[in-house]
Ligand binder design. Structure first.
Ligand SMILES: Nc1ncnc2c1ncn2[C@@H]1O[C@H](COP(=O)(O)OS(=O)(=O)O)[C@@H](OP(=O)(O)O)[C@H]1O
Ligand SMILES: [Mg+2]
Ligand SMILES: [Mg+2]
Ligand SMILES: [Mg+2]
Length: 354
């Protein structure tokens, strides 16, 4: 089906699928109380474990590519207990399909290699060459509360996103399901949940069930056309510190949107609008100094654009992934179907006084 990035797409999806086996296990053990009750700890274990598994797969398959990942190993160098716990999980986590697991390589060799692998994600990014972006758990707060979270992987070439993969363990598999904000804190029932969104530049976007072995069959996804703004739904962050919720409400009112916003954690928002479960995603700056991180947006940006959407910042500029580890030249994110994006952008600019 796909052409030049077929191998990148396959490896990225398998790597995300394997990382999700680890994060789901950590969540289940937390919910049952078998992992530390300390709130910071399950997410830390999940973050490091998932990042190590993904980087080891990239190292094996694309040894010359750069990597920009959220986490780095310094905290683990001093903490032998935590390091041992993560190493144990990483060593045990394998795809159930032997051929698929084989494609991801021999994995992390030992505890010292674990630290090296994690630190491969420290690249500066930029406008030249191939750079993978990794967010091992996006929506860490959502992960802890059984809300939405995503394992996000993007491939940049010369600063442009070419491949995007989002694993969303807590979203409904069904592309027709309504917007869904998660399973709940102490729940372990994952029945009917788990989806991988993917996109390749110029080739479209897909969703498929997030499995535990070989990749399952995918389906093309498209954004919904908005015929009437009154019925449109928009998503925003759960955390008020990440996006200005009162300005978003004013923008919605200006557009004639009548439904309240749906607050959802993580890049699951991008996947949800890409498959038409929701329509618009607004992320409005809460401070002049915060710079969005490229791993928080690369996969979602491409998946939405390949599903028929447009993604810009509040100034109307495309997100610039070549600026380094952050979206230093952008401010906020406006994602909407291409047909209404300019209307949404105008309302945003009116309310923000831009
Ligand atoms: N001040 C501020 N402004 C904007 N964004 C911020 C800010 N602080 C953090 N972050 C990043 O937000 C990522 C979480 O995404 P969401 O806001 O979509 O989800 S959530 O509401 O936090 O659940 C989150 O990603 P993770 O750390 O991977 O969870 C952060 O990178
Ligand atoms: Mg993130
Ligand atoms: Mg993260
Ligand atoms: Mg974080």
């Amino acid at each position: 089906m796909t052409t030049i990035y077929a191998r990148e797409l396959e490896i990225a999806q398998l790597a995300v699928q394997r990382a999700a086996i680890l994060t789901k296990r950590v969540f289940r053990e937390k919910a049952k109380g078998t992992v530390s009750k300390d709130d910071a700890s399950p997410v830390t274990i999940g973050d490091f474990g998932a990042q190590a598994l993904i980087i080891s797969a990239l190292r094996h398959n694309f040894p010359h590519d750069d990597i920009v990942a959220e986490e780095e190993a310094s905290a683990l160098r001093e903490d032998a207990k935590l390091r041992g716990m993560i190493w144990g999980l990483v060593r045990e986590t394998k795809l159930e399909d032997v051929a698929a697991e084989g494609l991801l390589g021999r994995g992390v060799r030992d505890e010292a290699d674990l630290l090296d692998v994690l630190d491969r994600g420290k690249s500066a990014g930029g406008r030249v060459g191939r750079v993978w972006t990794i967010d091992p758990i996006d929506g860490t707060k959502g992960f802890l509360r059984g809300g939405q979270y995503a394992i996000a992987l993007g491939l940049l070439e010369d600063g442009d996103v070419k491949v995007g993969v989002l694993g969303c363990p807590n979203l409904p598999v069904d592309d027709e399901a309504p917007l869904d904000v998660g399973i709940g804190e102490n729940q372990t029932d994952e029945e009917g949940r788990g989806v991988i969104f993917s996109a390749v530049v110029g080739e479209g976007a897909w969703s498929r069930p997030l499995g535990t072995g070989a990749l399952q069959e995918g389906k093309k996804i498209r954004m919904k056309d908005i015929a009437d703004m009154a019925n449109a739904s928009f998503c925003e962050s759960v955390e008020a510190g990440h996006s200005n919720q009162s300005e978003a409400a004013q923008i919605a009112q200006k557009l004639g949107i009548t439904k309240p916003s749906v607050r959802m954690d993580s890049q699951a928002k991008y996947g949800s609008i890409a498959r038409g479960a929701g329509d618009i995603y607004l992320r409005l700056p809460t401070s002049k100094t915060y710079q969005e991180k490229i791993w928080d947006h690369a996969a979602g940006d491409l998946i939405v654009r390949e599903a028929g959407g447009q993604v810009t910042d509040t100034k109307g500029q495309r997100l610039d992934f070549g600026a380094g580890r952050t979206l230093a030249s952008n401010s906020g994110v406006i994602a909407a179907p291409a047909g209404v994006h300019s209307q949404v952008l105008k309302a945003v600019q009116d309310v923000l006084g831009l």
